[in-house]
Design a protein around this ligand. Structure first.
Ligand SMILES: [Zn+2]
Ligand SMILES: [Zn+2]
Length: 116
């Protein structure tokens, strides 16, 4: 099956629902639901491993990034159209354009044709 590569929106920040820095009135969901739908979101320091593994209540805070160039990070989700941006962890940054960057130059080992 072909993987549909997709664009990633800039990452949001994830807080424990009772974090003092969490945005008031934000939609409360569970840690697991967020990490399934938005695996690239940035956990705030209030979010501990234990809290996430207990599937605690969390809220997402939208982060407003300054306009910036896309600088590839080392994060390359299997279904992303290109490496995630180092600044915002999205794929839709200002200098985007042209064909998608080949993030995974894959050469299936069974199909290498020798040049002998
Ligand atoms: Zn927080
Ligand atoms: Zn970016």
């Amino acid at each position: 099956m072909m993987i549909q590569r997709r664009e990633y929106d800039p990452a949001w920040r994830v807080h424990a629902a009772d974090c003092p820095d969490a945005p008031p009135g934000a939609f409360v969901t569970t840690a697991r639901a967020v990490y399934e739908a938005f695996p690239h979101d940035r956990p705030h320091r209030c979010l501990t491993k234990g809290y996430v593994s207990r599937n605690g209540a969390v809220v997402r805070e939208q982060i407003h990034y300054e306009p910036h160039d896309w600088v590839p990070s080392t994060i390359v989700p299997a279904d992303a159209i290109r490496a995630l941006c180092r600044t915002c962890r999205g794929t839709r940054c200002a200098n985007r354009g042209g064909p998608p960057v080949q993030v995974l130059p894959q050469t299936p080992s069974g199909l290498i044709i020798g040049r002998s």
